[in-house]
Design a protein around this ligand. Sequence first.
Ligand SMILES: Cc1cc2nc3c(=O)[nH]c(=O)nc-3n(C[C@H](O)[C@H](O)[C@H](O)COP(=O)(O)OP(=O)(O)OC[C@H]3O[C@@H](n4cnc5c(N)ncnc54)[C@H](O)[C@@H]3O)c2cc1C
Length: 430
Amino acid sequence: MIRNERDTISNSLWTATANPAPDCPPLSGDTDCDIAIIGGGFTGLSAALHLAELGRRVVVLEAETPGWAASGRNGGQVNPGLKEDPDTIEQRFGKDVGGKMVALSGGAGQFVFDLIQRLDISCAARQTGWIQPVHSAKSEATVRTRVEQWRRRGAPLRMLTREETADLLGCDAYSAAMIDQRGGNLHPLNYALGLADAALRAGASIHGQSRVTGFEMRGDHHLLRTEGGTVRAAKVLVCTNGYTDGLISPMRQTVVPIRSIQVATDILPHEIAQQILPQGHSASDSRRLLLYFRKDAAGRFIMGGRGDYSDKGIRRQMQALRDASVRLYPVLRDVPWKYAWGGFVAMTQDHYPHLDLVAPNMMASLGYNGRGVAMATVLGKVMADWASGTPEAALDYPVTRPRPIPFYFMRRPAVMATVAWSRFRDSLER
Ligand SMILES: Cc1cc2nc3c(=O)[nH]c(=O)nc-3n(C[C@H](O)[C@H](O)[C@H](O)COP(=O)(O)OP(=O)(O)OC[C@H]3O[C@@H](n4cnc5c(N)ncnc54)[C@H](O)[C@@H]3O)c2cc1C
């Protein structure tokens, strides 16, 4: 069970099958460092690791425990790329900046798998490829364009025929799919714990149960306050994504936290498990309200999708995910479902992650729009580059200033309306 979380979303498969967590005691007393990091998910841990490896004195302050939030709860799907396709990114940001964003996001999956191998992290990582099955003729055309644009840049993507799609998924619900061989899947909480362990070994300090409750500028330094003490740092990295609180005023209004939920079976009997995603791929389909599914290393089936804000709505949607699973894979009809959990992803208005300078010598990276396994890891590294002296213009991702979303107070009704509208449009495109 995820500690300090509401019951409806706390029964996590990843928590139940986690490796032992490294010791991260709460901050006690006053300390001094080069770079302080707020938040211990993939972003903060990747930044801490890369900075500690450069010999910087780093302190991570995490409100709960490393990997407690989205990083320890997600689908573990390593999906390269951004929401928009490479040509669009280069048109929108220009050939130079856009080209760097395409290269960074396209290489993000490989970066994760290389890091896991280099650090020998035990997290069941498999670079089997990521499958995006299409749900309509319109989405097939979109996905074909995606494949064509990435292939032009030398990336290993291709379209799968109906038969190949059925073979790799183990079901015939989709007429075609794209496979991106740069992607794959992993055990997300064990990946986060492995990053934390590696950062500690490299010399970083990580403090759990150490929520930052206030900060102030003292000369050219920041002073961060927690219940147990203070941290004085020349630079601060804010890595709080969908769990961003009101600590730094404009930040909260730059992302909309959306609940994503998952349900999972217990270990499936071998004869059932081998019929579903028989080669260990993970898939997330092309719907606006997408379904994402995979098996874990032991052969449990996991299905994820959009959640709700209320417990009643969450329970209803968890049942809808179990029903959708049985529609895809009728062999799951009588299988018991053992786990159900969820967390917040952070959406941005423009669907791009933001690397924001939120105050002097204080940078935030957030808004992965549901693609944080790969992107949070690489943007953690980009923040480490910035904190260790790389000029803004030389970074692999553009630095912006926080842009609060207009009418932020309307976000929940706006999300509900968008969900309803997206469901309706998905239903028209069968
Ligand atoms: C159910 C679910 C499924 C998902 N599936 C996928 C997937 O399959 N593939 C994919 O690529 N992405 C997926 N995502 C998204 C991905 O998990 C996130 O984008 C990524 O984990 C973000 O990492 P992060 O480190 O930025 O934030 P988080 O992991 O959310 O960490 C933020 C941390 O900040 C801490 N914090 C907040 N405020 C403070 C404070 N004041 N002081 C100290 N600490 C603070 C929080 O406690 C938290 O631990 C999914 C997300 C969810 C919830």
